[in-house]
Design a protein around this ligand. Structure first.
Ligand SMILES: [Mg+2]
Length: 229
């Protein structure tokens, strides 16, 4: 069995470093197992969150939704994407028109193979991040923006990830693309496996045996489940 773990919300708190005790446990757990990590973030961010020790102990780390893969710190492949200017213009209009009052900076982040977009901005403080997430839970702003983008750009897909942003990429260039890079059955752990979530595209391909999907609410739950595996 191959084990694949989402990072944000599954191995770590969103955008935060891994808990030191869980890190120790996880390093031990992955010994003699085939383990891969997957994240919507880029590799430097994953490195910041889980550290080199874990990144070098796993079989591979897929970043920006599988558009790049690293094995023991070495780049294995990358797939770039040039987003259409009309899309950038649309995102800019969202920023101008959203009634959410705060703009903290770094709203349109171009990553390998995708764009990460946030109304409050990735440069926000932890507090601003939580505040936006509460706002979004009430107003469903991200779901609304997702809808608009997908209606205007049939060749583009959008998923809601983390607490403040949406991930935008060409159709099919989502987390599910990693399945073809891994040999054999996959047991996937993710915190956003529901429809519209950024683990959904991968999870929905793995629902039937020999594959398996485990939805978790946080890293504590991941740890509890791994202790019993
Ligand atoms: Mg996650």
């Amino acid at each position: 069995m191959n084990y694949v773990f989402d990072i944000d919300g599954t191995l770590t708190p969103a955008r935060q470093p891994i808990d030191p005790l869980f890190k120790k446990f996880f390093l031990d757990w992955i010994k003699n197992r085939n383990v891969y990590l997957i994240s919507g973030s880029d590799y430097p961010k994953s490195k910041e969150q889980v550290g080199d020790e874990i990144l070098h102990a796993v079989n591979g780390c897929f970043n920006t939704a599988g558009n790049v893969m690293y094995v023991k710190g070495k780049l294995m492949y990358r797939q770039d994407w040039e987003a259409p200017q009309e899309l950038i213009d649309l995102l800019q209009s969202f920023l101008n028109e959203s009634s959410y009052p705060i703009r903290a900076g770094n709203h349109i982040e171009k990553r390998i193979g995708m764009i990460n977009f946030s109304i409050v901005g990735r440069a926000c403080t932890l507090e601003q991040r939580k505040a936006y997430n509460l706002y979004d839970q009430e107003h469903h702003e991200r779901a609304h923006l997702r809808q608009i983008i997908m209606e205007q750009f049939p060749e583009i897909e959008v998923s809601i990830g983390g607490q403040i942003s949406i991930d935008i990429y060409p159709v099919g260039k989502n987390k599910s693309q990693i399945i073809s890079k891994i040999n054999g059955p996959i047991h996937f752990f993710g915190d956003k496996t529901m429809e519209g979530g950024n683990d959904y595209d991968l999870a929905k391909e793995l629902l039937r045996p020999p594959h398996k999907v485990t939805q978790v609410n946080n890293w504590e739950e991941t740890m509890r489940i791994l202790q019993e595996l």
